[in-house]
Every structure is written in C-alpha cells, then in structure tokens.
Write a protein that binds this ligand. Structure first.
Ligand code: TMP
Length: 250
C-alpha cells in the first residue's frame, strides 16, 4: 500500500510477517506482519474478528512481580487467571506439601512429579475448559518453572521433565511466556520482607542456576518468550507487558 511504501526500509522489514522471518517457512507474498498474525490468530465470526483463545504464562524468580502482573494482564484481557502450583482444589493440596518448609525430606523427583500432577489437574480442570469456552488463560507459572527449578535448580536436567510435563499437559504448552526479569540482588531485598516457603529458603546457588536455566530456555525458544524489565515501576511493567502481549495477539 501507499502507506507501507512511505515507511523507511528498516521499518518495512520489521513489519514483514513472522513466516517471512523464519528460514524454514518463507512467506512468498511478503505480507505485513499484521495481516499474517491476524490470519493466524483469528477466525471470522459474522464479519467480526475473534482472537484465538491463547494460553499465556508469566514466569520469573520469586519476588519479580508475576502475581501482580498475572492479575493486571488477566483483568485487561478478561482472561481466566490462574496459577501453578495450586490453581485447583487438588492443586492447593499439592501446593501445601510443596511449599511447607517442614518437608525438608521431599526428594527432587517427588517434587517434580507433584508439580506435574498439579499441572495435569490444572490443564484438565482450568486451562483446557477455558480455552474451549473461547477465553484467554493467564497463568502465574507453568511447565517452564519445572524446567528451570527442577531441571536446573535441582539438577534433574530438562529432557525427562519436558516429556513428563508435556504428557501432563496433554501436549498443550503455553502459547506465550512473559518473563519478568529482575536481578537477584533486588529480588533478595524484596524477599527479606516475606515469610519464606520451602523454595524461598534455598541458597543463592539454587537461584543462580534457575536464573541461568530461564535464560537458556528463552534463548532456545525466542518466538514463544517475551522478556520484560521488572525493575521499573509497576505501572510501567504492566504497560510493557500489555503492549508486547497485544502486539502478539493481534
Ligand atoms: P510461587 O511462589 O511463585 O507461586 O511458586 C511457588 C514455588 O514453586 C516457587 O518457588 C517456584 C516453585 N515451582 C517449582 O519449583 N516448579 C514448578 O513447576 C512450579 C510451577 C513452581
């Protein structure tokens, strides 16, 4: 269009559809990113565009602000807001075992399997039914917490955990992961004001491994992940998340 031809070259490039950027699947037509995303994420319903229900997970280390921003994004999208572990009645029972600082004898593999059990119940009872009803889902944590905490933090490695969790999810992984990035020294200051659960009592090495894990996971799958600076004021974090998510939804 005339409008497009007026844009500078770099801008036009950025606006190419995603397909044209991926090597395996180059877009012959070179359509705009907008029109491609629209086709991908929407169906026509009597002439109205309906966005495909999307499963969005917020991830990050404790104290990064996930819970606040799950709520804020969820409300903005009129989505089902939920969390792992503990998004169902059964999940709340599992969460109590997982979080209790008295359970110092919980073996790493038991911990991983309890997280997977929570996730299976969560998918069956909350996530899939919401998506089937046509609602977006915004979840505080997901399979990627298992890969980071149990895979890297507990050193169980990621391949088996990915298989177990994918099975628990019946293959339905999050479509989008919003990672709220905050340096660990700032997080430690925030945590100093809280009653600590079993995970939060772990040492700095554990959290350093998890942080590295999250970095590797998002670098391996950049199309799925959005990284947000969590050090700025809450309202700015909220606005950045909203812009990035809406950009991908549309
Ligand atoms: P939360 O305090 O962020 O709600 O999460 C509870 C704790 O559970 C947190 O320390 C991260 C941990 N966790 C895992 O270790 N593996 C998982 O799969 C999930 C979902 C959470």
């Amino acid at each position: 269009t005339k409008e497009e031809s007026r844009r500078p070259q770099s801008c036009r490039k950025e606006n190419r559809c995603e397909k044209s950027c991926s090597k395996e699947n180059s877009c012959q037509e070179g359509r705009s990113k907008e029109s491609c995303a629209q086709e991908k994420s929407s169906i026509n319903f009597f002439g109205y565009r309906v966005t495909t229900p999307t499963y969005i997970a917020l991830e990050g280390l404790e104290g990064c602000g996930k819970s606040t921003h799950t709520k804020r994004l969820g409300e903005h999208l009129n989505a089902v807001m939920t969390r792992e572990p503990g998004g169902t009645r059964i999940g709340a029972l599992l969460r109590a075992i997982l979080a209790d600082p008295e359970n110092t004898d919980l073996a790493p593999r038991t911990e991983a399997l309890l997280m997977a059990a929570d996730r299976a119940q969560h998918m069956a009872e909350v996530i899939q039914p919401a998506l089937d009803r046509g609602q977006h889902v915004v979840s505080d944590r997901s399979i990627y917490s298992t890969l980071a905490y149990q895979g890297y933090g507990r050193r169980l490695g990621t391949p088996d955990l990915l298989n177990i969790s994918t099975w628990a999810l019946n293959g339905r992984l999050p479509d989008m992961v919003v990672f709220i990035s905050v340096p660990t020294d700032i997080l430690n200051e925030r945590l100093a004001k809280r009653d600590l659960d079993r995970f939060e009592r772990e040492g700095a090495d554990f959290f350093a491994r998890i942080n590295d894990g999250f970095t590797e996971l998002r670098e391996a799958d950049p199309d799925r992940w959005i990284v947000i600076d969590g050090t700025v004021p809450k309202d700015d974090v909220e606005a950045a998340i909203r812009v990035a998510v809406l950009d991908r939804l549309n």
